[in-house]
Write a protein that binds this ligand. Structure first.
Ligand code: SF4
Ligand code: SF4
Length: 334
């Protein structure tokens, strides 16, 4: 890897103007914003030039999905980076990852077994730095569906996090395109849908775990008993909710039909109330199944919360390997 700090501390006000000039002020973005509902950010105010109101945006993208004219999420992330004035962390230049690699017992206790390179897995920073047991579950999942895969060599952060707003777009693109070239035509599957979204914007062919499994639905293993599950695909994977339902049904689960929502990530004002909403939405389920590693970390740290697994852990458990469940804060009975 050849990682060099950006020469210029790039600021994106011109970039923001390009998008805000198309805003009609209809307010739909504000109506759907989960953070605004709980005293967090205000996308409409940001589109009107109050950049500080981007604070507490969780990057869920609901605003952009409903906006008929422009892309408020892009503006929110750019405005947030200006407000925070946060440089790219030194960790990125040392490891290619956007955060420190945390101590975790799974690093020494669980060794993922990769069996080939027909498929490349891009774990992403949350998995690699905070939840390495999910990488093990992913290797078991590939086995379970009869695929031979390994981790994408020299993968780096997808450059989605806020701090990368201080880098020129072309520089961020270059990292993503390099990863696409490394895959050299092999199927690339992301464990985090945020990675899929941002890599796709740079023209890199890749896809999230949910559609990957959906295309192999006939090969999925079944659990020994039916489990009622609340599905939380994650903000960037919400479009895959129906596919996720079909995937878990194929494994013998019964979705409870909850509306998915945002876990709140690290929002100062909105994270607590948003997580309370999610726990209430999962009240009828035995288990929450998430498609996002950050969701796994957040849901699994709620005192007295509902048990939760990442989708690959569900596949691994159905395949007979429950090794990763011992690292959960909330006990999982599968
Ligand atoms: S939905 Fe789009 S056009 Fe409407 S206020 Fe929000 S950013 Fe502006
Ligand atoms: S990305 Fe999500 S949290 Fe941020 S402004 Fe849009 S809807 Fe609100």
């Amino acid at each position: 890897m050849d990682l060099e700090p950006a020469d210029a501390h790039y600021r994106t006000r011109d970039h923001i103007d390009e998008y805000t000039s198309k805003c009609t002020g209809c307010g739909r973005c504000r109506e759907v914003c989960p953070s605004y509902r709980h005293g967090g950010c205000d996308p409409l105010a940001v589109m009107r030039g109050e950049l500080r109101r981007a604070f507490d945006c969780v990057g869920c993208g609901r605003c952009t999905k409903v906006c008929p004219h422009t892309d408020p999420k892009t503006v929110m992330l750019a405005a947030y980076s200006i407000v925070l004035d946060r440089p790219v962390s030194p960790d990125f230049y040392e490891t290619g990852l956007n955060r420190p690699v945390e101590d975790h017992p799974a690093r020494t206790e669980l060794e993922p077994v990769w069996r080939g390179d027909d498929v490349y897995v891009m774990p992403g920073c949350i998995v690699r730095c905070m939840a390495p047991h999910l990488e093990y579950a992913m290797a078991v999942t590939l086995d379970a569906v009869g695929e031979r895969g390994s981790v994408l060599p020299d993968f780096t952060c997808c450059m989605y996090p806020i701090q990368f707003g201080s880098m020129p777009d072309a520089e961020r693109d270059a990292y993503r395109i390099r990863m696409g070239e490394t895959a050299s035509g092999r199927e690339m599957v992301n464990m985090c849908a945020g990675c899929t979204e941002i890599m796709g914007r740079s023209g890199v062919a890749c896809g999230h775990l949910i559609p990957f499994l959906h295309r192999r639905i006939g090969r999925l293993p079944r659990l020994e008993r039916s489990v009622r599950v609340s599905l939380e695909p994650g903000c960037a994977a919400e479009d895959h909710l129906r596919g996720m339902e079909e995937v878990v049904r194929a494994m013998g689960c019964e979705p409870v039909g909850n509306e998915p929502g945002c876990c709140g990530k690290s929002s100062r004002n909105a994270a607590g109330p948003l997580m309370a909403e999610r726990q209430a939405a999962a009240a009828d389920a035995d288990l929450i199944v998430v498609g996002c590693p950050m969701c796994l970390v957040k849901y699994d740290s709620v005192p007295g919360g509902k048990p939760v697994v990442y989708l690959a852990e569900l596949v691994a458990a159905a395949h007979g390997d429950r090794s990763t469940l011992r690292y959960h804060g909330i006990p999982v009975d599968l």
